[in-house]
Ligand binder design. Sequence first.
Ligand SMILES: Nc1ncnc2c1ncn2[C@@H]1O[C@H](COP(=O)(O)OP(=O)(O)O)[C@@H](O)[C@H]1O
Ligand SMILES: [Mg+2]
Length: 227
Amino acid sequence: MTSTKKVLIEVTNLTKSFIDGPVATHVLKGVDMTVYEGEFVAIMGRSGAGKSTFLYQVSLLDNPTGGSIKINGHNVDNFSNEEKTRFRLTELGYVFQDYSLLPELTACENIMIPLLMQGLSRKTARDRAIKALASVNLDHRENNLPSELSGGEQQRVSIARAITHKPRILFADEPTANLDSFSSNLVMDIFKKLNKEDGLTIVMVTHEEEFGKMADRIVKLADGMVV
Ligand SMILES: Nc1ncnc2c1ncn2[C@@H]1O[C@H](COP(=O)(O)OP(=O)(O)O)[C@@H](O)[C@H]1O
Ligand SMILES: [Mg+2]
């Protein structure tokens, strides 16, 4: 069997500046990066290096100032906002450092939201959400509110939410930053399993060397550039 690596993400000369009145903050200063299908890439660098800003641009949560992003052959820069939303809902998953669960909804309902937004029926969305909870060993937590869960459990719900629609790429921004080492290891085990067993492409920001080393490759960002 020949193994031709397929380029999944191609970022070229990406720039992002924030303009606040007369003050311009140039955060990304021409980032180039290629991610291949099935890769697990860790993005590392000091606080303020631009890691979160980078992830926001590549996962279509924000609009870059310049450069281009190609995902699975699509020039996503040219997408309308509607196309971006649809693309995110179907092709991408995102895990935030602070979990970003809706506090008034149960674990199961939080996971159902993006599926309902995709147009799935409540029944199908619920079935899929329960399966996703089981895949992160939280089947017994289906009806709990986020406030009734530990930080580690909330992050696992957030991972379940990010993978129920079977995205092509999973983005995670410092997913273990607020967790103790036991919970962090559970989260990393889930990521490794998703990558190795399901072939999911993962782009994870971390400042923890220990977890960065678990990826196939580390990309270092410093002062808005790859070093
Ligand atoms: N919305 C914004 N407006 C102005 N500056 C911002 C904004 N978002 C981020 N920055 C600045 O960009 C730099 C990089 O931020 P960030 O991408 O969050 O870094 P990291 O995730 O590597 O810690 C920081 O100096 C931050 O203050
Ligand atoms: Mg950050």
